[in-house]
Design a protein around this ligand. Structure first.
Ligand code: GRF
Length: 213
């Protein structure tokens, strides 16, 4: 009997890679029924590449080209090619600091997810934990969402709140948010790998409750 092909993840990130590490470890532990096929970064010395290599996972830097907030055409094609060659089923953005556009999103329609460190639609964009703190919010959180052409605008999959405490600094708040991220993202990816989340317009429908996380 032939073994069933595993569900394959491609993880993209620009930073230290704590989410990618949590996801890779959850795959290795069998909590996510999937395999990390490829980790890609637009930053040559990003921690996410080191995290991947330390776990024996294929990891590549792809130069992003001349723009600051997006990939240029050739770079986007190179990312797409690498993910297609690795036969990735789901693209997981984990601190990837560039907007993905047209062809990329069409190639992976409803198969690109992102984690954002705030309760969208509040505080989209950069340093969302700092935005929430500066605003004087008492509560912020984490959002996992599908990626569309906008900045942090795609259909929301799940959200979890994180309190903002008096005396919080941007660092202490971000650390509290990241603790939640490292639990919620693997749970969502496990559900996606099991085909338990459908998307209809802006609505996402869970056929089973998320794993306790
Ligand atoms: C996370 O806080 C995530 O919400 C944001 O970028 C950060 C990535 O952190 N999109 P890490 O590289 O996974 O540690």
């Amino acid at each position: 009997m032939s073994e069933q092909r595993p569900f394959l993840l491609g993880i993209l990130g620009s930073g230290k890679g704590s989410n990618a590490a949590a996801i890779a470890d959850a795959c290795a532990a069998g909590i996510i029924p999937a395999r990390v096929a490829l980790v890609l970064s637009d930053v040559q010395d990003a921690g996410i590449l080191a995290q991947a290599r330390a776990r024996g996972l294929p990891a590549r830097f792809i130069p992003p080209g001349k723009f600051r907030t997006k990939l240029d055409e050739a770079a986007e094609a190179a990312f797409l090619d690498a993910l297609r060659q690795a036969e990735v089923d789901l693209v997981v953005l984990a601190g990837f600091m560039r907007i993905l556009k047209g062809e990329f999103l069409r190639a992976f329609a409803h198969r690109v997810v992102n984690i954002h460190p705030a309760l969208l639609p509040a505080f989209p964009g950069l340093e969302a934990w700092k935005q929430a703190l500066d605003y004087g919010a008492k509560m912020t959180g984490v959002t996992v969402h599908f990626v569309d052409q906008g900045i942090d605008t795609g259909p929301i999959i799940t959200q979890e709140t994180v309190p903002i405490l008096s005396g919080d600094t941007p660092e202490s708040l971000h650390a509290r948010i990241q603790e939640v991220e490292r639990k919620i993202y693997p749970a969502v990816i496990a559900a996606l790998a099991c085909g338990e989340i459908r998307v209809q317009g802006r609505q996402t429908i869970f056929t089973k409750p998320l794993l306790p996380h």
